[in-house]
Design a protein around this ligand. Structure first.
Ligand code: NDP
Length: 337
């Protein structure tokens, strides 16, 4: 078992802010990125919590990502907002484009935001949760690097391509899911490698294309999509919608852009917002039908996605601290020395 350390939420936030500031991020990017990774750590989503600060800090320190650039928001069409992240990380670009996306979704019933030219290493649920908080349905997707083999293939072609969805629920936590279309997130494979833990069968291939449970071999080989041909097709959809459709890079092109540096993926992101009120004069019927569906899930003893995460969030708030990998904290502290 890896050694852990309990650190208070204030200490955790100070550490995140210090790592980002010390490695070249301006105040706005620091806050936007820190809020996203801290939210993930609070929700016990460790693959996209403070662990991500290592890669994010390195991208800025090495001059690959721009830590000070101001994203540009463009009113591109009646239902389309475009945000040029200008080579910065995605959280600030999302934040800057969000008000226009919300406004367009409320006016037209549905609107999309394309974020272009962003580095991306964070979870998507904080973004769709922001839309649900505005009583909008949210959908977000992004490519990454070409790490995932297509179903039946042997080499990385797709990104881990996450898809996140949020449905607002009056007087309740929104229904939210957010998952990579790979069998497991890349960050989890990396965490397994750091702790020398075996992977589960069906997650990865080695460099020869043979199935492997060795996390190190998997990092040199390819990951597998979830759900066989279905996950493979969904990953293709995300490549298309959050790549060529919005005039940005596919995961393969992102990998080429990276040119072996091993930096964060660089590409676009598509976020879609839907106003339920545009589809029905009285949203009570929609909500009632949705609630019956959720009850149908829970009544069978199944749980809703994000239920674990929300419970972790409440627990973190009550505890006032998080339990983190001690070696990771040491590594982050070295980044501010
Ligand atoms: P998980 O497999 O951990 O979880 C996927 C979703 O399924 C979550 O919403 C989770 O809810 C839910 N879930 C898990 N188990 C159950 C269950 N038994 N019943 C019902 N729902 C369940 O996610 P991944 O490892 O695939 O992805 C993790 C994160 O990685 C995502 O946040 C994603 O955005 C991020 N990512 C980011 C990338 C990037 O380039 N920026 C690339 C790839 C991934 P809960 O959280 O409550 O368990």
């Amino acid at each position: 078992m890896a050694e852990t350390r309990d650190i208070t939420l204030d200490e955790l936030a100070s550490l995140a802010y210090a790592v980002l500031r010390h490695n070249g991020f301006g105040a706005d990017h620091t806050r936007a990125i820190a809020e996203t990774v801290l939210a993930a750590e609070h929700d016990a989503c460790h693959s996209h919590g403070i662990y991500r600060l290592i890669g994010i800090a390195q991208a800025c320190r090495d001059g690959v990502a721009d830590g000070g650039v101001a994203p540009t928001v463009v009113d591109h069409a009646a239902a389309v907002v475009k945000v040029d992240a200008g080579g910065g990380f995605s959280p600030l670009a999302f934040e800057r484009g969000l008000p226009m996306l919300i406004d367009k979704a409320r006016r037209g019933g549905i609107a999309a935001m394309a974020i272009n030219r962003c580095f991306h290493l964070t979870a998507l649920w904080p973004e769709v949760e922001r839309l649900a908080a505005e009583n909008l349905v949210g959908l977000a997707m992004t490519p990454s690097h070409a790490w995932v083999a297509p179903f039946g293939g042997k080499r990385g072609l797709f990104g881990t391509n996450p898809l996140a969805f949020a449905w607002p629920r009056p007087n309740n936590d929104p229904y939210v899911f957010d998952f990579a279309t790979s069998a497991i997130a890349r960050g989890d494979i990396e965490l397994h490698a750091r702790e020398d833990r075996a992977l589960q069968p069906g997650w990865a291939l080695d460099r020869t294309g043979a199935p492997t449970i060795d996390a190190h071999a998997a990092l040199e080989g390819a990951m597998l999509p979830f759900g066989g041909h279905k996950g493979s097709a969904l990953a293709t959809l995300i490549e298309l919608l959050a790549g060529p459709l919005i005039g940005d890079l596919t995961s393969g092109q992102s990998q080429q852009f990276d040119a072996g540096r091993g930096a964060a993926p660089f590409h676009g992101e598509l976020i879609i917002a839907i106003d339920p009120a545009a589809f029905a004069p009285d949203t009570k019927d929609q909500s009632a039908a949705a609630e019956r569906l959720f009850e149908g899930i829970v009544d069978q003893g199944a749980r809703l996605p994000s239920q674990r995460r929300r419970a972790a969030r409440r627990q973190t708030k009550a505890d006032g601290f998080v339990r983190v990998n001690a070696a990771l904290v040491d590594e982050l502290n070295q980044l501010i020395d």
